[in-house]
Design a protein around this ligand. Structure first.
Ligand SMILES: [Zn+2]
Ligand SMILES: [Zn+2]
Length: 147
C-alpha cells in the first residue's frame, strides 16, 4: 500500500502541465515554479504570450498587454475609415475600433496622429499594430509613455 501512495505522489509531482494547452513543461526550473495565470493555474510561455502579451510590430519584442493600447500603428489605411492614414496614433479614448474588426473600422475620434509611420514597419503585414514600451518612447521622441 505504501508503494501505491508513493507512486501517486510521484505522478502528481511530474504532472505539471500548462493549464491552458496541456503541454508539459520541459524545463525543470519551469516545472518546479511555473508561471501562473490569475487563477493560479500553471501556464506555459507560449500560452502566456498569446494571452497576456503582444508583439511589437517594429522590433518584434514581446510586451505586456497592459502597455498595448497606448499607441496604434496604422501600416495600411483601411476602407472603413478613410480619415485614418498611415502613421502612429495616440489612442485617446476607447473603444477605438469596432468590435472584432480592428483591421477595418477605426474610430477617427478616438485617435490622434502623433507621427508618420516609423521606418521598419512592414506595410505588407498586419494593417494595424502596436509598439513595445521602448519603441513607444522612441516614436514619441523620448517623452515617455503615458497611458
Ligand atoms: Zn500552454
Ligand atoms: Zn518595439
Amino acid at each position: 500500500m505504501s508503494d501505491g501512495r508513493e507512486m501517486n505522489d510521484q505522478l502528481t509531482a511530474d504532472a505539471v502541465v500548462c493549464g491552458w494547452c496541456g503541454a508539459e513543461f520541459d524545463d525543470p526550473a519551469e516545472r518546479d515554479d511555473p508561471q501562473r495565470d490569475p487563477d493560479g493555474d500553471p501556464i506555459c510561455q507560449k500560452c502566456y504570450q498569446d494571452e497576456y502579451m503582444y508583439r511589437c510590430c517594429l522590433c518584434g519584442e514581446w510586451e505586456d498587454i497592459e502597455h498595448q493600447h497606448n499607441l496604434l500603428v496604422v501600416a495600411r489605411p483601411q476602407g472603413g475609415c478613410p480619415q485614418i492614414r498611415r502613421g502612429v496614433y495616440r489612442i485617446v479614448s476607447v473603444p477605438y475600433y469596432a468590435d472584432g474588426i480592428i483591421e477595418w473600422l477605426l474610430f477617427a475620434d478616438a485617435l490622434k496622429k502623433i507621427c508618420p509611420l516609423p521606418k521598419g514597419i512592414d506595410t505588407r503585414g498586419y494593417a494595424c499594430g502596436h509598439l513595445c514600451c521602448e519603441c513607444q518612447e522612441k516614436v514619441q521622441g523620448g517623452k515617455g509613455v503615458t497611458s
